[in-house]
Structure formats: structure tokens, C-alpha cells
Design a protein around this ligand. Structure first.
Ligand SMILES: Nc1ncnc2c1ncn2[C@@H]1O[C@H](COP(=O)(O)OP(=O)(O)OP(=O)(O)O)[C@@H](O)[C@H]1O
Ligand SMILES: [Mg+2]
Length: 300
């Protein structure tokens, strides 16, 4: 696995406030890496340091194994907070201007317009664009130099569900093209849907980092009910059971790693019990996120 980003002991203090504290993490090629954390946890400050617009107080980071240089930065596209475009220029004219500033070839413009599905609207003035179109133009602009890494800060902020879905599929499209994407978000659901890996920041401290897939591992929960007495005692004898709770009038069976709801269903069937309700509740990122934050309450 090729390493794209290594962060070592990165720290940023604003006076007495420590916005990012001794942060270390790595991102590998092809990952869609989500930085999660409540407001003020240091996500934007971290991305700002990685983009060279905020000076770290201490620590360092390497892009593609190298200290950040102008040459390396040209391989990174970024959409940080509110991008500045000219309202009275068209989408295309704005991209032409950005291409000039970035010294990217204007011949890339049709391709990036296509990518973000703004082809056909490129000659309309920027001020007539919807919020979603503005955000897509920002991503198009970040992709002008054909970067290998794309950084996005809260890419779906303020968008409606449709706009959010469009940005999500755009991120997936860019990722499937082999690009590495690093995004900051406080929307857990979004991170769960598009990211392969995630980190959780709290008050500038890294409190968790790992693949998204781990989130559900060993944590499949099946809600079950059946018209029999002593269902709980019967479930206790199921070899795939890891925990049993009663919730909302149902029994909640937490399965062991490797067991699926159909194993539970078969077990019940073999015991002559027909489940009247059997619903798999994969533990979602939100639950895990809250657990991660709560377990770290005492230490922070
Ligand atoms: N220029 C600055 N001067 C002083 N303090 C700052 C500055 N920029 C950020 N901070 C503080 O640093 C902390 C982290 O802010 P940051 O914007 O990185 O958080 P965030 O995780 O991006 O939050 P949000 O989810 O609201 O975007 C906050 O307490 C913030 O007030
Ligand atoms: Mg932020």
C-alpha cells in the first residue's frame, strides 16, 4: 500500500488554545479518508496546515513521502471552506481564471465540467447557480490540475438531500478513478457512506482512527420476537450469540463475528420456532461515534 500522507505530531496553538494536539496519522493511496469531529475539534485547522495555509506550531507532515514543496502541492486539489468565484462571470470563465492562477491547462476544462456534470450550464453566470452547482464548480476547479489527492472541507454543508447525494456520487466517481480523497465532515452518515477510513478528533486530539468496515464487524445486532415463552432462554443456547438485551419490546441479539441473521433464523426454525419479527440492525457509525466520544470523556 502506497503511503500518500504521513502526519507526525502535528500541533497548532492559537494563543492558549490548542486547536490540534500532537496529531499523528497516515493515509494510503486510494483511500477515502474522513475526518470526523464535533464543531471546533480541529478538522479545518488540520486541513489548513496540510494545505500550507496555516503554520503548524510543531510537528510535520509528508505528502507522497516528501516534505511539502510547490511541486508536491500541485498534485493536491482542495476545496477549503468557501471558494471564491466571480458572480458575474460564467462557470467556464471562472474555471479559465482558476486554470490561469494554478497554471493548469485550460484544455482540462471540458473534462472537469463533465466530471461534475455542469456541461451545458458552463455559460451561465456563477450567480445563477444553485448551492449544489457552486459546490460542484469548486470541485471542478480543484480537479483542474488533475491532482492525485483531493481535499474537501465539509463538502455537503448547506446542501439539500438531492445536492448531498450528487456530491456523494461525485466523490465516489473521483475515488473510483484511483484518487485519494481526504474530507472533513461532521455528518456521520456521509462519512459512513463514502469513506473507506476515518479518524475522530475531539478538542484537537485524535481519539480514533481506522477502516470504516471495522465499524460493523462483530457488531451485527438482530432484533427478534416470536410467539413463544422463554425465547430469551432459547436464544441463550444459540452458539452465535454474543450478547442479549431487551429493547423496545424486542430481544436484541448481538451476534458473534462471522454469524449472520440467517444463522439465527435457521437456529430458531430448527427449534420449531417461527420468528414473527427478525430485523438486522447493523451498528451504524453514529452509534460507534458516540461511543468513541463517550469513552474518551474522562480522559479529555
Ligand atoms: N485563526 C484562529 N484563531 C484563533 N482560534 C482559532 C482560529 N482558527 C480556529 N481556531 C479555534 O481552533 C479550534 C478548532 O477549530 P477548527 O475550525 O479547526 O474546527 P473544526 O473541527 O473545523 O470545526 P467545524 O466543524 O465547526 O468546522 C476552535 O476552537 C477554533 O475556535
Ligand atoms: Mg471546519
Amino acid at each position: 500500500m502506497e503511503n500518500v500522507l504521513t502526519i507526525r505530531n502535528l500541533t497548532k496553538r492559537f494563543g492558549r488554545l490548542c486547536a490540534v494536539n500532537n496529531l499523528s496519522l497516515t493515509v494510503d493511496r486510494g483511500q477515502v479518508f474522513g475526518m470526523l469531529g464535533p464543531n471546533g475539534s480541529g478538522k479545518t485547522t488540520t486541513l489548513g496546515m496540510l494545505m500550507g495555509v496555516i503554520n503548524p506550531t510543531a510537528g510535520e507532515y509528508l505528502w507522497l513521502g516528501e516534505k511539502p514543496t510547490h511541486h508536491i502541492r500541485k498534485k493536491i486539489g482542495a476545496v477549503l471552506e468557501h471558494p471564491i468565484f466571480y458572480p458575474y462571470l460564467t462557470g467556464r470563465q471562472n474555471l479559465e481564471l482558476m486554470a490561469m492562477i494554478k497554471q493548469a491547462p485550460t484544455s482540462n476544462i471540458p473534462r472537469v465540467l463533465d466530471l461534475v456534470e455542469l456541461t451545458g450550464r458552463e455559460n451561465d453566470k456563477y450567480r445563477t447557480y444553485s448551492l449544489g452547482m457552486k459546490q460542484r464548480l469548486a470541485i471542478a476547479s480543484a480537479m483542474l490540475g488533475d491532482p492525485v489527492i483531493l481535499i474537501l472541507d465539509e463538502p455537503t454543508n448547506g446542501l439539500d438531500p438531492m445536492g448531498i447525494a450528487e456530491i456523494r456520487s461525485l466523490i465516489q466517481k473521483i475515488a473510483s478513478d484511483g484518487k485519494t480523497i481526504i474530507l472533513a465532515s461532521h455528518l456521520l452518515d456521509e462519512v459512513q457512506k463514502v469513506c473507506t477510513h476515518f479518524a475522530v478528533l475531539k478538542k484537537g486530539n485524535l481519539i480514533h482512527s481506522g477502516p470504516i468496515d471495522d465499524v460493523g464487524k462483530g457488531a451485527e445486532v438482530v432484533e427478534v420476537s416470536a410467539d413463544v415463552a422463554d425465547l430469551d432462554r432459547l436464544l441463550d443456547t444459540f452458539t452465535g450469540l454474543s450478547a442479549l438485551h431487551r429493547q423496545n419490546g424486542y430481544l436484541q441479539v448481538t451476534l458473534k463475528d462471522g454469524f449472520k441473521s440467517k444463522d439465527l433464523n435457521r437456529f430458531l426454525f430448527e427449534k420449531g420456532v417461527v420468528a414473527s419479527h427478525l430485523v438486522t440492525k447493523k451498528k451504524n457509525l453514529e452509534q460507534q461515534f458516540l461511543e468513541i466520544l463517550n469513552t474518551h470523556d474522562e480522559s479529555l
